[in-house]
Design a protein around this ligand. Structure first.
Ligand code: 4AD
Ligand code: MG
Length: 463
């Protein structure tokens, strides 16, 4: 007798085989003919296995009331060809054991449609739903695809620190890390002496592993990070999280066009892999969540991305004859509405914008000779907008020092970063892809809070 997961049984289980299964009850239906049908799901795939329980099963009279939605059970039986639609095999049950009951009057996930807002409040149970089970599996396959993409190309996976004393993006949106007793400090109202703090100086959670990745790129060569990042931006939008995962490749000897090539083949490759490996879950998203998602993804894998300077994008937006909520003007950052207009309406496919005004981009980006723009690139995709931000890095010592000061930062604090321009500096580039925005793109989910198991957003860090 084998214990296999339902995904395997549904794929290759043969009629006549004895089989043990374990999982959680989705529904039970009792027929007039004395049979009970139990839909059992174990999370290994979207589909449940149908258990057919004969009314005269030993002890069934006592058991039946405990086989309710949400209960966990173990069943043993023989696989049979299923006469029903939508499944190849079902299990004719010969013995059944309820492992954990789920009180039918209180179990919050009764079989009906629940809003995503409600499900966020029960994040400990929502992965048992079709949607959140599928998202968990997609995240898993995407993670593996991402590692495979870089590993196949010889990139080294580097683990950059989570606690840091430098603000990579220079936006001051960092969560402080401290062991000081703030309660006591507040009472005595003294100046804060960071010398007394754990690290002897102010420290924070990282907003990006880029600066440290640059160190490794200029020593071990092509490398990437894939880890959690934290931003204390107070934006309550459907595209922002306070804690999110980012993939950041960094490559020596890459200039901006090489960086764009890599970003484009990266997105197309991981999207292609999900389409190939997760067909059942992807059909579910296309049917239940967003009926354009498969077409959007096919468009991404089949077509080259548009590449366009920021300045030309601004001209297109100014000429669009639209009332924008946020004004469009050279020198201002683009907002989600502008990004979505470009990729969804104007071009109808992903767009890479480059050469942004230096005043709206961080200190580390390479300055162009025009004195106004930097070698930045953002990859914009339909429905999500910006999914990747990256650049060629400033590799000239004097220009970098000037830029750090221009951005109101202290070059002394970044001495080690500046050192890389002193000793064997090379042109290099990299980018960051927001993992949850990728999950949003792939699944068609409209809110990023539903694309991570336990979202952290302003005023919300439950579970
Ligand atoms: O454009 P960003 O800020 O770029 C960087 O952090 C660079 N250091 C990356 C690099 O060059 N190595 O962020 C990169 C991506 C964005 O394009 C977006 O997809 C995602 O990270 N992102 C967020 N995702 C969810 N919630 C947030 N608050 C995010 N902020 C950025
Ligand atoms: Mg950005």
């Amino acid at each position: 007798m084998t214990t296999r997961r339902i995904v395997q049984i549904l794929a290759d289980g043969q009629p006549g085989e004895s089989q043990e299964v374990r999982g959680w009850v989705r529904t039970r239906r009792d027929s007039k003919a004395g049979l009970s049908f139990v839909e059992l799901n174990d999370g290994s795939c979207l589909s449940s296995l149908q258990l057919v329980v004969p009314g005269d099963l030993d002890g069934w009279d006592e058991l039946v009331a405990r086989v309710t939605t949400g209960a966990s059970l173990k069943a043993v039986g023989t696989l049979k060809e299923s006469p029903g639609q939508g499944q190849r095999v079902e299990l004719g049950v010969e013995s059944l054991e309820v492992i954990g009951e789920a009180d039918a009057d209180n179990y919050p996930l009764q079989k009906k449609r629940h809003s995503f807002e409600f499900l966020r409040e029960i994040a400990h149970l929502r992965p048992r739903t079709n949607t959140f089970g599928a998202i968990a599996r997609i995240r898993n396959v995407l993670s593996a695809a991402i590692h495979r993409f870089f590993q196949d190309r010889g990139f080294v996976y580097v683990h950059t620190p989570i606690i840091t004393t430098s603000d990579c993006e220079g936006a001051g949106e960092m969560f402080q890390v401290t062991t000081l007793n703030l309660q006591r400090l507040a009472q005595v109202q003294t100046e804060i002496d960071y010398g007394q703090d754990f690290f002897g100086r102010p420290a924070s959670l990282t907003v990006s592993g880029q600066l440290e990745a640059e160190i490794y790129a200029t020593s071990v060569g092509d490398c990437y990070t894939f880890g959690p990042t934290f931003r204390a931006e107070n934006s309550n939008t459907s595209r922002h999280l306070a804690e999110f995962w980012m993939i950041e490749p960094e490559m020596p000897f890459y200039e901006l066009p090489d960086n764009m090539d890599l970003a484009e083949s990266f997105i197309r490759s991981v999207v292609g892999e999900v389409l190939e490996r997760c067909s059942e879950d992807m059909e579910f998203f296309n049917k239940r969540i967003d009926d354009t998602v498969l077409a959007t993804l096919a468009n991404i894998t089949d077509n080259e991305f548009i590449r366009l300077p920021y300045t030309e994008a601004v001209e297109i937006l100014e000429g669009a004859g639209r009332e924008w909520e946020y004004p469009v003007e050279w020198g201002r950052d683009l907002q989600s509405e502008h990004e979505r207009f470009l990729t969804e309406e104007h071009f109808g496919q992903p767009v890479i914008l480059f050469d942004y005004p230096r005043t709206i981009k961080p200190f580390y980006m390479r300055c162009n000779d025009d004195g106004k723009t930097v070698r930045a690139m953002d990859v914009l995709v339909p429905r999500v907008g910006e999914i990747i931000g990256g650049s060629q890095r400033e590799d000239r010592l004097d220009v970098l020092l000037e830029r750090i000061t221009e951005c109101g930062m202290d070059p002394e604090e970044y001495w080690w970063y500046v050192d890389l321009r002193r000793y064997g500096s090379v042109p290099h580039s990299g980018f960051g892809l927001g993992f949850e925005r990728l999950v949003q793109l792939v699944t068609g989910m409209s809110n990023i809070r539903d694309c991570i198991p336990f979202p952290r957003t302003p005023k919300s860090a439950d579970f």
